[in-house]
Design a protein around this ligand. Structure first.
Ligand SMILES: *Cc1c(COP(=O)(O)O)cnc(C)c1O
Length: 372
């Protein structure tokens, strides 16, 4: 193995991100020439809003400074009351827990699906009380959250879903864009995400009321959580390529899933939605790594695979070890604990490479895991 001084399977650094292609260069030049790079207002943010409305088939788009604040703005837009309960997965992006706390509401942890990373609708049913004010459902690691099944469980309770689509821009379920499946959704334009402007985010909704509440919270004479004109300029061209890039990533992801399917200690992604036609977007491609069975701590596996030239890292820490003063746990959260301890994720730039690169990654995984 490379970690013991052998030759790595891939002897160049992992592909970098973001990539400044010609359309992005052109957009930045235009922004320089029209002076908008340094101005509060220009047509660039308006154009971005219009394009997002069109792509997501939504009535209202609020641009903001990050995906993290977009989740908080979504909860504020919903009017989530102080001391109410907001359901989220025991394994999720850390900022989502904090967003609930920012509203002085109480996080309620629900388990994720077996062998996966998204909310289990059956667990959400057990978690609902008279105090439940919202559910946060994140599409994570290329796994599409079962939003429709969640809506069926919520039935006529009027409990809304915040669809966190920060990891899945351009995803599709049937004919619907991921991010248009519920009352309100969020996007991220952070520097590692599939749509990158260094920083930035957006809230998407069909509800004038949600939009107005979020907008008023953001308005303090000036915007409190703004997205700049320059950020908007570089996002425009990326919205044109997101669909074809996602298709390419999906092909590579399927090659990697197939290529590791027989591995005894790594378990690849499986979709859990009932719809037959879908296109996920992969911010990360995940596996569960069975540390006990392999006899290797997950960190050692990650170090060994990185030495082979593969950009695989550990997943989120999850919330299952948070004290019951800060949250309520619904059941033993078995799958969330497994996700927290066993998730390893491949960073998305690898998925835009040729098939040959995906084959090398499979080879590196096989090399490392067969040496246990
Ligand atoms: C990245 C991410 C966010 C937050 O986005 P930022 O723009 O980085 O603040 C929220 N939710 C999920 C699931 C994410 O992956």
């Amino acid at each position: 193995m490379a970690i013991n001084g052998g030759a790595p399977v891939i002897d160049r650094p992992p592909p970098s991100w973001p990539v400044a292609d010609e359309p992005i260069r052109q957009a930045i030049l235009e922004s320089l020439q029209d002076g908008s790079w340094g101005k509060y207002d220009s047509a660039w943010t308006d154009k971005l809003i219009d394009r997002l409305k069109e792509l997501y088939q939504v009535e209202h788009v609020l641009l903001c400074s990050s995906g993290t604040i977009a989740v908080e703005l979504a909860l504020r837009g919903l009017g989530v009351p102080t001391d109410s309960e907001v359901i989220l997965a025991g394994y999720d992006f850390p900022g989502n827990f904090r967003a609930i706390e920012a509203l002085q509401a109480f996080p309620v942890l629900c388990d994720v699906v077996q062998g996966g990373w998204v909310l289990d609708p059956a667990e959400v049913r057990k978690a609902m009380t008279g105090k439940t004010s919202a559910v946060i459902a994140s599409h994570l690691h290329g796994q599409i959250a079962p939003v429709q099944a969640l809506q069926e469980i919520l039935g006529d309770t009027n409990i809304p879903i915040v669809e966190d689509a920060c990891q899945m821009p351009g995803g599709q379920v049937g004919s619907r864009p991921v991010g248009s499946l519920s009352e309100v959704a969020t996007l991220s334009f952070g520097g590692s995400k599939l749509l990158s402007a260094g920083r930035g985010g957006a809230l998407l909704t069909n509800s004038a009321e949600i939009y107005q509440r979020a907008k008023i919270y953001n308005s303090r004479g000036n915007e409190a959580f703004p997205l700049s004109q320059l950020q908007a300029t570089v996002l425009g061209p990326q919205l044109e390529t997101i669909g074809s890039y996602n298709e390419r990533r999906h092909e590579r992801a399927q090659e990697l899933i197939r290529g590791t399917a027989g591995n005894a200690v790594l378990h690849p992604l499986k979709q859990v939605i009932s719809q037959e036609s879908y296109l996920p977007a992969y911010y990360k491609l995940p596996w569960l790594f069975e540390d006990v069975k392999s006899g290797w701590p997950r960190g050692d596996f990650v170090n060994a695979i990185q030495a082979e030239g593969v950009a695989i890292d550990v997943g989120f820490r999850g919330f299952t070890r948070r004290s019951n003063k800060r949250c309520r746990q619904v059941g033993p959260l078995v799958n969330s604990r497994i996700a927290s301890q066993q998730t390893v994720i491949l960073h998305h730039p690898a998925l835009l490479q040729e098939s040959e690169y995906a084959a090398r990654i499979c080879q590196a995984i096989e090399k490392v895991t067969s040496s246990f």
